[in-house]
Design a protein around this ligand. Structure first.
Ligand code: URA
Length: 209
């Protein structure tokens, strides 16, 4: 079974409470998601491998730690996944970005792909897939399958809220992909929304409702 890590840092939990509140404005929601993205990103990158490089400080030469291997790929699932991207790029400015465009069919709740673009050498890179809401799990499951089909071998999933149903669907399909989330929620309602959740993350982020 894939590993699920709940990022229970007090700053993350506090910011999440502000975001859940229906009185939170579009501007605040976007800023908070960006900030939480950085904090979860800090945890998700905690074990990145380091090697050492020779540098000279103004005082002395030294061997200093340096990220090893190829640059990361951030793969936001459009559109809500974009909310994590700026925060993550502040942490790792040279990361590559793959875009996965999926929408959820409101009747079947199945995901439908409308856009896909990813670096050609993705098999050599750690891929961090981003979607704030792990609800049914259908979109992230499809996105990870698509990225694996494109060659991705090492992937991690970054979410904000996760429903138990989504964790089950996703981890059964992709037991090799560990998940980071800020909270595991109660359940999904009949429309596939997370309860208690925060509503539609894309609409709240972009002010489309
Ligand atoms: N997507 C959202 O934005 N919110 C939910 O609650 C479920 C899926």
């Amino acid at each position: 079974m894939a590993q699920v890590t709940v990022v229970d840092h007090p700053l993350v939990q506090h910011k999440l409470t502000l975001m859940r509140d229906k009185a939170c404005s579009t501007k605040q929601f976007r800023e908070l998601l960006n900030e939480i993205g950085m904090l979860i990103g800090y945890e998700i990158t905690r074990d990145l491998p380091l090697d050492s490089v020779d540098i000279e400080t103004p005082i002395a030469p030294m061997k200093a730690p340096h990220l090893s291997g190829k640059k990361l790929v951030f793969a936001p699932i459009l559109r809500a996944g974009m909310g994590f991207l700026d925060g993550m790029l502040s942490l790792v400015p040279s990361a590559r970005v793959a875009h996965v465009g999926l929408y959820r069919d409101p009747k079947t709740l199945q995901s439908v792909e409308y856009y896909f673009k990813a670096p050609h050498d993705i098999e050599h890179r750690l891929v961090i897939v981003m979607d704030p809401m792990l609800a049914t799990g259908n979109s992230v499951t499809a996105a990870v399958s698509r990225l694996k089909g494109h060659g991705a071998k090492r992937l991690r999933l970054m979410t904000l809220l996760s429903a138990p149903e989504g964790i089950k669907t996703f981890t059964e399909s992709h037991p090799d992909v560990p998940v980071w989330t800020a909270a595991i929620e109660s359940h999904l309602n009949d429309h596939g929304y997370i309860i208690p959740g925060l509503g539609d993350a894309g609409d709240r982020m972009f002010g489309t409702k």
